[in-house]
Design a protein around this ligand. Structure first.
Ligand code: KIV
Length: 296
């Protein structure tokens, strides 16, 4: 087993690495990132995949859901993340409306993620009903990731963010969705908001690596939204969210300290200021003295 520690030399993570990791039962790691510094930090921590998720809408742009984020916004942030990623696999999330309407437009939009933003994989939500579209995108030489279960772009159809696959018919539908994506040849399948038992069944059934979020520990890998991991969100966290740091407190304390220092005239200090060269300073003092003498 070759688990790579952060800081060690690392090979580029590819879609072939995903299958290899599943085969060797090595957990696959993925975090979202939406800009250069966070993507760079995630990459340098040896996380396998960076997902520029459409959760950009809530995490960064302050929207209530993912529905309003545009292709241009997704491309803009994917480009920024691209500059920070060297080894991880960069995945771009296709936003709502960019692939549901027309297959030719979907392929064009997927190609924009690759060509204009440097994504290596694009992710679309939906199972069985997306299989033909996914084949068309893959035919255009673009790797695709699937996403089933609680699919946030279907929030209005689901009637809220609800755990999916709790009934027998729900489990059967999820199995059909996973199998359809597996057959279509996706690079990985995100399993979001489904019972642990169902995620375990799917993971055992399909050849494709499964990446869970709110789907329990038996998936082939795990993904979280980086703002959840860092406590940089403003609402109550979902049950599955694990806070690994408290950026909100760190940022709030730093901002408060800056404000207090400026208000109390403790910032900037003389050491934090630029100074005139000695000769200029002497010359300036002479000019000022002359001016003052003339005023007397
Ligand atoms: O947009 C996103 O962040 C996602 C993950 C939750 C998988 O799709």
């Amino acid at each position: 087993m070759s688990l790579i520690a952060a800081g060690e030399p690392r090979q580029k993570f590819t879609i072939a690495s995903l299958r290899e990791k599943k085969f060797h039962h090595q957990p696959i790691t993925c975090l979202t990132a939406y800009d250069y510094p966070s993507a760079r930090l995630v990459d340098e921590a040896a996380v396998d995949m960076v997902l520029v998720g459409d959760s950009l809408a809530q995490a960064v742009l302050g929207h209530d859901n993912t529905l309003s984020v545009t292709m241009e916004e997704m491309l803009h942030h994917t480009r920024a993340a691209r500059r920070g990623v060297k080894h991880a696999l960069l995945v771009g999330d296709m936003p709502f409306g960019s692939y549901q309407v027309d297959a030719a437009e979907a392929v064009r939009n997927a190609a924009r993620f690759v060509k204009e933003a440097g994504a290596e994989v694009v992710k679309v939500e939906g199972g069985e009903k997306r299989a033909d579209l996914i084949r068309r995108i893959i035919d255009a030489e673009i790797p695709v990731a699937g996403h089933i279960g609680l699919t946030p772009q279907s929030v209005n159809v689901m009637g809220g963010y609800k755990v999916q696959g709790k009934s027998l018919s729900g489990v059967e539908q999820l199995m059909r969705d996973a199998t359809a994506l597996d057959r279509a040849g996706v690079a990985f399948i995100v399993l979001e908001g489904i019972p642990r038992e169902v995620a375990a069944l799917i993971t055992a059934e399909v050849q494709t690596p499964t990446i869970g979020i709110g789907a329990g520990p038996d998936c082939d890998g795990q993904v979280l939204v980086i703002h959840d991991v860092l406590n940089l969100t403003f609402g109550p966290p979902a049950k599955f969210v694990h806070r690994y740091g408290d950026m909100k407190a760190l940022i709030a304390n730093a901002i408060q300290a800056f404000r207090d220092d400026v208000a109390g005239r403790r910032y900037p200090t003389d050491e934090e200021s630029y100074h005139l060269p000695k000769e200029t300073r002497t010359a300036l003092e002479t000019v000022l003295e002359r001016k003052q003498a003339m005023r007397r």
